[in-house]
Design a binder for this molecule. Structure first.
Ligand code: SAM
Length: 221
Protein backbone atom coordinates (compact mmCIF):
# COMPACT_ATOMS: atom_id res chain seq x y z
CA UNK A 1 0.00 0.00 0.00
CA UNK A 2 1.29 3.48 -0.81
CA UNK A 3 2.23 5.72 2.13
CA UNK A 4 1.70 8.83 -0.03
CA UNK A 5 -1.30 11.08 0.45
CA UNK A 6 -3.98 10.90 -2.26
CA UNK A 7 -2.76 14.30 -3.54
CA UNK A 8 0.87 13.06 -3.79
CA UNK A 9 -0.34 9.90 -5.47
CA UNK A 10 -2.19 11.95 -8.07
CA UNK A 11 0.90 14.07 -8.69
CA UNK A 12 3.06 10.94 -8.97
CA UNK A 13 0.57 9.44 -11.42
CA UNK A 14 0.53 12.59 -13.53
CA UNK A 15 4.34 12.78 -13.48
CA UNK A 16 4.59 9.12 -14.46
CA UNK A 17 2.10 9.51 -17.31
CA UNK A 18 3.98 12.52 -18.61
CA UNK A 19 7.36 10.80 -18.38
CA UNK A 20 6.11 7.70 -20.22
CA UNK A 21 3.89 9.52 -22.70
CA UNK A 22 0.87 7.66 -21.34
CA UNK A 23 -1.94 9.45 -23.12
CA UNK A 24 -4.30 6.70 -24.11
CA UNK A 25 -6.23 6.63 -27.35
CA UNK A 26 -9.70 5.90 -26.01
CA UNK A 27 -12.34 3.81 -27.65
CA UNK A 28 -13.78 6.30 -30.20
CA UNK A 29 -10.53 7.06 -32.02
CA UNK A 30 -9.30 3.51 -31.42
CA UNK A 31 -12.28 1.95 -33.18
CA UNK A 32 -12.03 4.42 -36.05
CA UNK A 33 -8.35 3.58 -36.58
CA UNK A 34 -9.02 -0.16 -36.24
CA UNK A 35 -11.79 0.07 -38.84
CA UNK A 36 -9.67 2.13 -41.26
CA UNK A 37 -6.89 -0.44 -40.87
CA UNK A 38 -9.34 -3.29 -41.57
CA UNK A 39 -8.39 -4.99 -38.33
CA UNK A 40 -11.17 -7.53 -38.87
CA UNK A 41 -9.12 -9.04 -41.71
CA UNK A 42 -5.89 -9.38 -39.70
CA UNK A 43 -4.83 -12.77 -38.38
CA UNK A 44 -1.95 -11.33 -36.38
CA UNK A 45 -2.07 -7.98 -34.57
CA UNK A 46 0.52 -6.22 -32.41
CA UNK A 47 0.66 -2.96 -30.47
CA UNK A 48 4.33 -2.50 -29.48
CA UNK A 49 3.50 0.28 -26.95
CA UNK A 50 0.22 -1.12 -25.75
CA UNK A 51 -0.48 0.88 -22.57
CA UNK A 52 -3.72 -0.38 -21.05
CA UNK A 53 -4.79 -1.92 -24.35
CA UNK A 54 -7.17 0.63 -25.93
CA UNK A 55 -6.09 -0.10 -29.51
CA UNK A 56 -6.08 -3.88 -29.22
CA UNK A 57 -9.47 -3.75 -27.49
CA UNK A 58 -10.75 -1.54 -30.33
CA UNK A 59 -9.61 -4.11 -32.91
CA UNK A 60 -11.53 -6.85 -31.11
CA UNK A 61 -14.56 -4.61 -30.65
CA UNK A 62 -14.91 -4.04 -34.38
CA UNK A 63 -14.86 -7.76 -35.06
CA UNK A 64 -11.21 -8.79 -35.36
CA UNK A 65 -10.63 -12.44 -34.52
CA UNK A 66 -6.85 -12.73 -34.77
CA UNK A 67 -5.08 -15.97 -33.95
CA UNK A 68 -2.28 -13.91 -32.44
CA UNK A 69 -2.73 -10.65 -30.57
CA UNK A 70 0.24 -9.18 -28.71
CA UNK A 71 1.04 -6.06 -26.70
CA UNK A 72 4.45 -4.82 -25.51
CA UNK A 73 4.67 -2.23 -22.74
CA UNK A 74 7.46 -0.87 -20.58
CA UNK A 75 5.23 -0.03 -17.62
CA UNK A 76 4.18 -3.01 -15.49
CA UNK A 77 1.12 -1.22 -14.10
CA UNK A 78 -0.31 -0.39 -17.52
CA UNK A 79 0.50 -3.86 -18.83
CA UNK A 80 -1.31 -5.43 -15.85
CA UNK A 81 -4.45 -3.48 -16.78
CA UNK A 82 -4.12 -4.60 -20.40
CA UNK A 83 -3.66 -8.23 -19.38
CA UNK A 84 -6.74 -8.40 -17.20
CA UNK A 85 -8.80 -6.44 -19.72
CA UNK A 86 -7.76 -8.60 -22.70
CA UNK A 87 -7.17 -12.18 -21.61
CA UNK A 88 -6.78 -13.25 -25.27
CA UNK A 89 -3.74 -11.00 -25.69
CA UNK A 90 -0.17 -12.08 -24.97
CA UNK A 91 1.40 -9.23 -23.04
CA UNK A 92 5.15 -8.73 -22.92
CA UNK A 93 6.83 -6.48 -20.37
CA UNK A 94 9.84 -4.51 -21.58
CA UNK A 95 11.03 -1.82 -23.94
CA UNK A 96 9.94 -2.20 -27.55
CA UNK A 97 13.41 -0.96 -28.52
CA UNK A 98 15.14 -3.82 -26.72
CA UNK A 99 16.25 -6.41 -29.32
CA UNK A 100 15.77 -9.18 -26.74
CA UNK A 101 12.13 -8.18 -26.32
CA UNK A 102 11.62 -8.12 -30.08
CA UNK A 103 13.26 -11.54 -30.47
CA UNK A 104 10.80 -12.96 -27.89
CA UNK A 105 7.76 -11.97 -29.96
CA UNK A 106 5.78 -15.00 -31.20
CA UNK A 107 5.97 -13.62 -34.78
CA UNK A 108 8.43 -11.25 -36.45
CA UNK A 109 6.11 -10.03 -39.23
CA UNK A 110 2.52 -8.91 -38.54
CA UNK A 111 -0.66 -8.42 -40.56
CA UNK A 112 -1.48 -5.33 -38.53
CA UNK A 113 0.81 -3.15 -36.43
CA UNK A 114 -1.33 -0.61 -34.63
CA UNK A 115 0.06 1.97 -32.20
CA UNK A 116 -0.17 5.35 -30.57
CA UNK A 117 3.53 5.90 -29.78
CA UNK A 118 4.77 7.85 -26.76
CA UNK A 119 5.33 11.47 -27.80
CA UNK A 120 8.03 12.22 -25.26
CA UNK A 121 11.62 13.23 -25.72
CA UNK A 122 14.50 11.14 -24.45
CA UNK A 123 15.80 14.10 -22.48
CA UNK A 124 12.74 14.04 -20.24
CA UNK A 125 13.41 10.45 -19.24
CA UNK A 126 14.63 9.99 -15.71
CA UNK A 127 16.75 7.17 -14.32
CA UNK A 128 14.42 6.93 -11.37
CA UNK A 129 11.47 5.72 -13.42
CA UNK A 130 9.22 3.37 -11.47
CA UNK A 131 8.88 0.97 -14.37
CA UNK A 132 10.06 -2.63 -14.02
CA UNK A 133 12.73 -1.82 -16.59
CA UNK A 134 14.97 1.22 -16.64
CA UNK A 135 13.89 3.61 -19.36
CA UNK A 136 16.29 3.43 -22.28
CA UNK A 137 18.60 6.29 -23.19
CA UNK A 138 18.54 7.87 -26.65
CA UNK A 139 21.66 5.90 -27.54
CA UNK A 140 20.16 2.60 -26.34
CA UNK A 141 17.04 3.23 -28.38
CA UNK A 142 19.03 3.91 -31.53
CA UNK A 143 21.38 0.93 -31.16
CA UNK A 144 18.57 -1.40 -30.02
CA UNK A 145 16.49 -0.39 -33.01
CA UNK A 146 19.40 -0.96 -35.40
CA UNK A 147 19.95 -4.45 -33.99
CA UNK A 148 16.25 -5.38 -34.07
CA UNK A 149 15.74 -4.18 -37.64
CA UNK A 150 18.64 -6.27 -38.90
CA UNK A 151 16.88 -9.39 -37.60
CA UNK A 152 13.36 -8.70 -38.89
CA UNK A 153 12.41 -11.08 -41.70
CA UNK A 154 9.79 -8.69 -43.08
CA UNK A 155 12.66 -6.53 -44.39
CA UNK A 156 14.79 -7.57 -47.34
CA UNK A 157 18.47 -6.57 -47.59
CA UNK A 158 17.71 -3.33 -49.40
CA UNK A 159 15.02 -2.38 -46.85
CA UNK A 160 17.44 -3.12 -44.03
CA UNK A 161 20.02 -0.78 -45.55
CA UNK A 162 17.47 2.00 -45.94
CA UNK A 163 16.07 1.50 -42.44
CA UNK A 164 19.58 1.46 -40.95
CA UNK A 165 20.39 4.70 -42.76
CA UNK A 166 17.21 6.32 -41.41
CA UNK A 167 17.79 5.08 -37.86
CA UNK A 168 21.38 6.34 -37.86
CA UNK A 169 20.29 9.69 -39.22
CA UNK A 170 17.13 10.77 -37.40
CA UNK A 171 17.50 13.94 -35.37
CA UNK A 172 18.40 13.75 -31.70
CA UNK A 173 15.61 16.29 -31.20
CA UNK A 174 13.00 13.79 -32.35
CA UNK A 175 10.41 12.61 -29.90
CA UNK A 176 10.23 8.91 -29.18
CA UNK A 177 7.47 8.56 -31.74
CA UNK A 178 10.01 8.78 -34.60
CA UNK A 179 11.95 5.63 -33.68
CA UNK A 180 8.60 4.07 -32.68
CA UNK A 181 7.26 4.61 -36.17
CA UNK A 182 10.37 3.08 -37.72
CA UNK A 183 10.11 0.05 -35.45
CA UNK A 184 6.39 -0.36 -36.15
CA UNK A 185 7.00 -0.18 -39.91
CA UNK A 186 9.71 -2.83 -39.65
CA UNK A 187 7.31 -5.21 -37.92
CA UNK A 188 4.70 -5.12 -40.71
CA UNK A 189 4.84 -8.16 -42.93
CA UNK A 190 4.63 -7.92 -46.72
CA UNK A 191 1.06 -6.92 -47.59
CA UNK A 192 0.30 -6.03 -43.97
CA UNK A 193 -0.91 -2.72 -42.54
CA UNK A 194 0.55 -0.02 -40.32
CA UNK A 195 -1.95 2.10 -38.37
CA UNK A 196 -0.65 4.92 -36.19
CA UNK A 197 -2.05 7.78 -34.19
CA UNK A 198 0.30 10.67 -34.99
CA UNK A 199 0.56 14.24 -33.68
CA UNK A 200 -0.35 17.29 -35.72
CA UNK A 201 3.16 18.66 -35.02
CA UNK A 202 4.51 16.06 -37.45
CA UNK A 203 3.05 18.13 -40.26
CA UNK A 204 5.33 21.06 -39.52
CA UNK A 205 8.40 20.06 -37.47
CA UNK A 206 11.73 19.67 -39.28
CA UNK A 207 12.61 16.53 -37.36
CA UNK A 208 9.48 14.89 -38.81
CA UNK A 209 10.76 15.04 -42.40
CA UNK A 210 11.92 11.47 -42.01
CA UNK A 211 8.35 10.48 -41.13
CA UNK A 212 7.03 12.06 -44.35
CA UNK A 213 9.69 10.23 -46.33
CA UNK A 214 8.69 7.00 -44.64
CA UNK A 215 4.98 7.45 -45.23
CA UNK A 216 5.55 8.08 -48.94
CA UNK A 217 7.88 5.10 -49.39
CA UNK A 218 5.53 2.79 -47.48
CA UNK A 219 2.62 3.75 -49.69
CA UNK A 220 4.77 3.10 -52.79
CA UNK A 221 5.79 -0.36 -51.52
C1 SAM B 1 0.46 7.20 -26.05
S1 SAM B 1 0.47 5.75 -25.00
C2 SAM B 1 -0.54 4.67 -26.01
C3 SAM B 1 -0.99 3.42 -25.31
C4 SAM B 1 -2.01 2.57 -26.08
N1 SAM B 1 -1.42 1.99 -27.28
C5 SAM B 1 -3.21 3.39 -26.51
O1 SAM B 1 -3.39 3.61 -27.69
O2 SAM B 1 -3.96 3.80 -25.64
C6 SAM B 1 2.13 5.16 -25.27
C7 SAM B 1 2.54 3.98 -24.37
O3 SAM B 1 3.89 3.63 -24.65
C8 SAM B 1 4.50 3.17 -23.47
N2 SAM B 1 5.95 3.21 -23.65
C9 SAM B 1 6.81 4.25 -23.47
N3 SAM B 1 8.06 3.87 -23.77
C10 SAM B 1 7.99 2.58 -24.18
C11 SAM B 1 8.96 1.64 -24.64
N4 SAM B 1 10.26 1.96 -24.75
N5 SAM B 1 8.54 0.39 -24.96
C12 SAM B 1 7.23 0.05 -24.86
N6 SAM B 1 6.27 0.89 -24.42
C13 SAM B 1 6.65 2.14 -24.10
C14 SAM B 1 3.95 4.11 -22.41
O4 SAM B 1 4.09 3.59 -21.11
C15 SAM B 1 2.50 4.24 -22.87
O5 SAM B 1 1.69 3.30 -22.24
Amino acid sequence: MSSLSPESNRTADAERRKRLGQYYTGSGLGRLLAALAQADKAKTIIDPMVGSGDLLASCLEIGAKPKLVVGVEIDALALGVCQSRLPVASCLLGSAFDPDVISRLPAQGWDLVIANPPYVRYQSFSDKADTAHALPSAMQIRTGLLQSLQRLPALDDEDKQIFAHLVSGYSGLSDLAVPSMILCAGLVKQGGRLALVVPESWLSRDYATIVHYFAVSLVRH
